[in-house]
Design a protein around this ligand. Structure first.
Ligand code: ATP
Ligand code: MG
Ligand code: ZN
Length: 329
């Protein structure tokens, strides 16, 4: 899979600043100990001379080379022991002067065996997810703030109790976010306007992003627009931006597509939608789609190909109750 250059650069910069901070702290500790316990500075100087001596002996043909090596090893162990005692005796830990690394796997290099280390991947995902700020604008979209009291406690015309239904929808969404990406389906948030679909998808997005996965959010119209711009403006700045956006949508760990059904449907946008849904499914990447449309409306509008994919791979979460947008007014 390809990586988005801008986000990758940001991620590398973050890792580099951590590395630099660790190095500065390492140097500060050395200066501190050398000032307070000068004997440690002496020992370190001797240990360095021993290293040089060891390198010299490795290539030497002197007759007593082995004896010299043995003596060197003995001195070395004694010095190390004395150093450790001085550190511990002065109230510090034995490894206080060791090199400091935040990621023991890659030692803050960002790479292991030529591959991106999980620590860098985390920063990379965080950089991608910064685009989410539009969805998570006022910070209130979290599960704790999802208010079930806004849903009526009385059965509706069909005999369903909105609060009971939404209690289950909320519980399922929390489980989904906690288990991500080990989840067996995509989610289709279905229901009338103002019932909290965008709100709940933002709660899921935040929870998943906070666990270090990359999350993209777009309204369906904005998403399809990026596809069309990419198609018609291959060159130039808008083309490059759209290209990047499309790649993110296809490759992010979780894609949230809001307001399916509100887009202007043309053969071009319909095929872009199909590409988006189908590519993600084929690559085992999870998506959450919200819509005002019922099953009948979905199949009527998008035809059997897309509809069967939505129904087959998506778990439908029903949103019922009274328009919260109107209630809040
Ligand atoms: N469970 C909830 N707790 C607190 N606030 C909520 C809840 N559900 C919705 N809201 C608020 O009500 C308003 C409408 O919710 P939201 O935008 O999520 O509805 P929607 O289902 O996405 O509607 P539409 O189909 O029109 O897009 C928003 O201001 C949202 O913050
Ligand atoms: Mg909405
Ligand atoms: Zn690492």
């Amino acid at each position: 899979m390809g990586y988005d250059g801008k986000a990758l650069k940001k991620a590398r910069e973050r890792l580099e600043s951590i590395r630099a901070a660790n190095e500065a702290e390492h140097e500060r500790r050395i200066a501190e100990v050398y000032a307070r316990v000068p004997r440690v500075a002496e020992i370190d100087a001797r240990l360095r001379r021993q290293m040089a001596e060891l390198a010299r002996l490795a290539f030497s043909r002197e007759a007593d080379r082995d004896a010299q090596l043995a003596a060197l090893r003995h001195d070395n162990l004694e010095l190390q022991a004395e150093r450790a005692e001085l550190l511990v005796g002065s109230g510090r830990s034995m490894d206080y002067l060791d090199e400091i690394v935040s990621c023991p796997i890659c030692r803050d290099s960002g790479t292991v065996d030529g591959k991106m280390c999980s620590c860098l991947k985390k920063f990379y995902n965080a950089a991608l997810t910064e685009e989410l700020s539009g969805l998570l604008r006022d910070g209130s979209e979290r599960f704790e703030n999802f208010d079930l009291r806004l849903y009526p406690d009385m059965p509706d015309a069909k005999g369903n109790v909105p609060r009971a239904v939404m209690t289950e929808v909320l519980a399922l969404s929390k489980e989904y976010a906690a288990a991500f990406p080990q989840v067996s389906s995509d989610l289709l948030l279905q229901g009338g306007p103002g019932l909290g679909k965008t709100f709940l998808s933002a709660c899921i997005a935040r929870a998943v992003a906070e666990r270090g996965y990359s999350v993209c959010y777009d309204s369906i119209s904005a998403a399809l627009e990026a596809f069309e711009t990419r198609r018609f403006a291959r060159d130039g700045e808008s083309g490059g931006d759209a290209e990047r956006r499309v790649r993110e949508m296809l490759e992010c760990d979780l894609m949230i597509l809001d307001d399916l059904g509100t887009e202007f449907l043309t053969p071009v946008s319909a095929s872009a939608l199909y590409t988006l849904v189908n590519t993600r499914l084929a690559n085992g990447r999870r998506s959450i789609i919200s819509t005002n449309l019922s099953d009948e409306e979905l199949s009527g509008r998008y035809g059997p190909q897309l509809y069967s994919r939505l129904k087959g791979a998506y778990r439908s979460l029903p949103f019922i109750g009274q328009d919260i947008r109107l209630m809040k007014k």
